[in-house]
Design a protein around this ligand. Structure first.
Ligand code: ZN
Length: 260
C-alpha cells in the first residue's frame, strides 16, 4: 500500500513559553500540538512527519516539501517569521497537487493568505465559550463518520465577517455562545491542490484531543491527498499552429521560424 506522506508543521512557540500560558498549554500538549495531532492521526496508510519553525530551513527543506502529499499548518504568533521564499515554494507545490490543511490561527498565515488572495481577517474573542459546529455539506468526504452537529465545551470565538474569497465550499458552520457565527470548515481548489481551512484548535483548550475534531482532520488528510502530482509546467515561446503572415513590426523574431 502506498502511504500518504503527511507533514505537520507547527510554529511550536507558545508550548515552550516560560509564562503561565506555556505551562497551561504544555499540560494539554506536552510534546507540542503537532505531535499530539500526529499521535491521534496514526494509521497504517499514513506516514506522518512533525516539523517546526525552529528547525533548519524552518522545518521544510526541499527534500521534505517535495516528498509531502498533504501539509498541515498550525501557526499563531510568528507568521511573519516564515520566509517569503518558503511560502512561494509551498504555493507552487500546492499548484501541482499537494494538499494543504490550515488549522485555527493559521487563517492569518502567509501561506493561507497567499493561496486565498484575501486578507483572511476575522473577529475573535478568547473567553472559553461554547462552540457548536454544524455540518452543512453532508455528502462531503470530510464529514463522513462525524455527527451532524457537535459541541466544543471551551473554544476561542472566531467570527464573521471572515474575509475569504467566494470560491470556497462551506463544509462546517460554527455558532458560539456569545452569538457569533463562522464558516469554520471551508474547502478550496488551487491549481491541482486541495485546501481545507478548519478553525477549531485554540492552543489553551484540549481541542485536538476531541475525537470529532480528529475525525474531521483525518478525513481531510485523505481528501486532500493528491491522486497524482503534476509535473512542473514549462512555458517556452510557443510555435504557432497557423502561419503568421503579419510582418513583425519589431523584426526581432523571425515569425517563420515559429511556424512548424
Ligand atoms: Zn487561538
Amino acid at each position: 500500500m502506498k502511504k500518504i506522506k503527511v507533514t505537520i508543521w507547527n510554529e511550536f512557540i507558545r508550548e515552550k513559553s516560560q509564562k503561565e500560558i506555556g505551562e497551561r498549554i504544555r499540560s494539554i500538549y506536552p510534546n507540542g500540538i503537532h505531535r499530539a495531532i500526529a499521535e491521534h492521526l496514526k494509521s497504517e496508510d499514513l506516514e506522518i512527519r512533525c516539523v517546526s519553525l525552529d528547525e533548519p530551513e524552518q522545518g521544510l527543506p526541499d527534500s521534505l516539501l517535495n516528498d509531502t502529499d498533504v501539509l498541515l499548518w498550525w501557526g499563531h504568533t510568528a507568521h511573519d517569521r516564515v520566509a517569503d521564499a518558503l511560502v512561494e515554494k509551498i504555493a507552487l507545490r500546492i499548484q501541482y497537487g499537494m494538499g494543504l490543511i490550515v488549522l485555527h490561527s493559521g487563517h492569518y498565515s502567509k501561506i493561507f493568505r497567499r493561496m486565498m488572495g484575501t486578507e483572511c481577517r476575522l473577529h475573535w474573542r478568547d473567553v472559553g465559550e461554547k462552540e457548536r459546529l454544524w455540518c452543512v455539506c453532508p455528502s462531503h468526504p470530510i464529514v463522513q463518520g462525524v455527527p451532524e452537529s457537535f459541541v466544543i465545551p471551551n473554544s476561542e470565538m472566531y467570527g464573521e465577517c471572515f474575509d475569504l474569497p467566494d470560491d470556497g465550499k462551506i463544509v462546517y458552520m460554527s455558532w458560539y455562545e456569545g452569538g457569533n457565527v463562522l464558516r469554520s470548515g471551508v474547502t478550496f481548489q488551487r491549481g491541482a491542490g486541495k485546501i481545507f481551512y478548519f478553525s477549531p484548535g485554540h492552543e489553551s483548550y484540549p481541542i485536538y484531543h476531541d475525537p470529532n475534531i480528529i475525525k474531521v482532520i483525518s478525513n481531510a488528510v485523505r481528501w486532500a491527498s493528491p491522486t497524482q502530482m503534476l509535473p512542473p509546467r514549462v512555458t517556452p515561446q510557443k510555435i504557432s499552429l497557423e502561419k503568421i503572415s503579419t510582418p513583425n513590426p519589431h523584426a526581432m523574431v523571425d515569425t517563420t521560424s515559429l511556424h512548424r
